[in-house]
Design a protein around this ligand. Structure first.
Ligand SMILES: [Zn+2]
Length: 121
């Protein structure tokens, strides 16, 4: 039997028997309780430090996947535009285009990170 042993504020120690289906964490974005399944527990065992582990709830995981998917999509667009800009003959026009792309890209990433922050609140 595996048990959790922890010391309370009053100095007394408590031992709690643990079963495989009794592990939970809080979603780092919305704070919702996440019940850890076998795969999640296996993942925890392979990590050196328990304190850094957390799992997203289903809703936040979905939103995050959408954001990451969009970032990949955006990166592909940037690669295409960069390749196109390289073909522009005028050096000054080319550098203006790069600056415009960079600004545009920065705005999108700012917007995405604001969105992520607002979901944490
Ligand atoms: Zn969540």
């Amino acid at each position: 039997m595996i048990y959790l042993k922890t010391e309370l504020e009053n100095g007394k120690s408590v031992e709690v028997d643990v079963y495989g289906d009794e592990f939970y964490c809080k979603c780092p974005i919305c704070g919702k309780e996440v019940h850890l399944d076998n795969e999640m527990i296996k993942h925890c065992v392979t990590e050196d430090d328990f304190s850094g582990i957390s799992f997203y709830c289903e809703g936040c995981a979905k939103k995050r996947a959408t954001t990451l998917g969009f970032c990949e999509f955006q990166q592909e667009n940037i690669n295409i535009l960069t390749a196109v800009f390289e073909k522009v003959g005028s050096k000054s026009l080319r550098s203006e285009l790069y600056i415009a792309l960079d600004t545009y890209n920065q705005l999108i990433y700012n917007c995405l990170s604001d969105l992520e922050d607002s979901e944490k609140e």
